[in-house]
Structure formats: C-alpha cells, structure tokens
Design a protein around this ligand. Sequence first.
Ligand code: NDP
Length: 293
Amino acid sequence: MKLLDGKLVSEKIKQDIKAEAAEFTAKTGRKPHLVAILVGHDGGSETYVASKMRNCSLVGFDSSNLHYEDDVTEAELLERIRELNADPEVDGLIVQLPLPAHIDPEKVTEAIDYRKDVDGFHPVNLGRMLRNLPCFIPATPFGIMLMLEHYRIETAGKHAVVVGRSNIVGSPMSVLLARNANPGNCTVTLTHSRTNDLKAEVLRADIIVAAIGRKNFITADMVKPGAIVIDVGINREISTQTKSGYKLYGDVDFEQVAPKSSWITPVPGGVGLMTIIGLLKNTLAAAKKTIYS
Ligand code: NDP
C-alpha cells in the first residue's frame, strides 16, 4: 500500500501557485482576490472557509469572508452577488454550502458570474466540463485529478466506481474520469443510494472514489485487492482527544482497507487539502483570465 499524500502534493503545488501569484502581482499591482460568502454558523462551513482564507494568504492572494447571519434574505444575498460580479477587484466568488432552507442554492449558484465561479458549480462551467472545453472544474474533483496526475497513476482502461452522485463531487468526478484525457479514459460506474448490490459494484473497481458522507462506509470486504482508493468523505465527530474538539473520519474504513489497496488517500491529509489546491488554481486562472477573457 502506498499513500496518496495530500499534504506533500498540496505543499508542492502551493509553491508553484505562490510563484505565479507573485508574478501576477508584480505585473498588475494587485493580488488575485477570492471572496467567500458564508451564511450562518455551521461549524464545518466556518472551518472550511477559514482554511480557504488562510491558504489564500499563504500563496499571496487577497481574500474576503463576507459572513451573514442565518436570517439574511435570498434577495439581499443575490444583490450582493450582483455587486461582486461587477467589481473588477474580485476575481473569484464562492458561496459556502449548505445554505439555510429559505435560500435556493440553485438561484445563488446561477447568480454568480460564471467567469468568477471558481467553485465550478455554475451550469456554464459544468456544461463546458462535459464538452471538454476550458472551464473552472469543481475544486474537489479537480484536486483529485491533480493528485492522480502527480503520482502518475495510470487510469486509462481502468474501471472506476464512484460512490455518490452529488453535483459537487460524485457526478463531476465520474465525468472527469471518463474523459478522453490523462488522467481519464476510465470506464466509469456512478453509484448512489438506489444502486442494487453496491458491494458487487464496488468490488469490480480498479479505482474507488467514495463520496457518500458516512463514516467508514467502504469496508475491506467491498474492495478488490490492489484497488486505488480515493476517500472524499469528511465526517466530523466530537472528540476529547483533539485540540479542535473534533475528529475527522473518511467514508473508507482506512485501517481495514489500506492493506488491501495499492494506493489510498488518508483522512485527514488527503482529498481535503487537494480541494483547496483546486480552488486556488481556479482563482489564479480567474485573475489571470486564462479561461475566460
Ligand atoms: P451529498 O450528501 O450531496 O451526496 C452523497 C451521495 O452519497 C448521494 O449521491 C447519495 O445518494 C449517496 N449515498 C448516500 N447513502 C448511500 C448509500 N447507503 N449507498 C450508496 N450511496 C449513498 O454529499 P457530498 O457529495 O457533498 O459529500 C460527500 C462527502 O464528501 C461528505 O462527507 C462531505 O463532507 C465530503 N466532502 C469532502 C470534500 C473534501 O474537500 N474532501 C469536499 C466536498 C464534500 P443519493 O443521490 O441517491 O441520495
């Protein structure tokens, strides 16, 4: 078993991003700028946004966290998004999900200018991804592809089974793995809660991508010996053993599955760190206008 080490890969790529950001700043007199909108006080969301802001500063980006209370109206939020769309000093704009029930996440996602949509959730970006055109790729799948690329994992001809079909992880991941590209060229099975005999499907996988949101869901008896295992899950549990008061678990039972796998991502220290890289790379591309002019 070998580790797909998100810490190592993300640190290396961050150095490249930092150098490019410095070049951009020297040329334009300003830093790439990411704005995050956060609504409410979900502990996970607050942690993720804080981490995104911290990483922006580490690579020489500006970042702003616009934090709203739970009772912000949908209209107020949409108006703010329109202002940020028009602001030339804002390169990337993300709205942290989930949103409170009275705000429609589809309306919010579509309100963001697709040229600033560095999360890659806007239908224009998702559509362009499907057509293999330049676009912002959703940060988590983008980060996973960068990880596979870094370790030169041969994916062509492999059977990939993606567990979970969300718009932000599972579905785009299945598209990217099936693309005629490297990494890519997999034969992909996309599974979900209505899949018949999930275990049989996962057992056929050369590459497993687990994006379910359930602690230790993928167990050793579901994994073919030698499989490559990508664990997207972040399941937070209260713990007295950590400084933060939380412990993170993946969707894969790491202890049991790792000895059977050829490559595996740990949680924490795997996909989560690569997601940040996906976001930083998209933000830099937005600032440099390399995808959309
Ligand atoms: P969603 O809740 O949006 O989607 C979960 C998916 O899992 C759904 O497609 C659902 O199926 C499927 N699922 C649920 N239960 C089962 C089951 N028993 N059998 C088969 N499939 C099942 O989650 P996300 O995609 O947003 O996130 C998944 C996990 O990844 C979470 O732990 C999340 O915290 C984590 N995450 C981590 C990131 C990172 O940076 N590492 C980034 C984003 C998410 P159905 O569609 O039928 O309901």
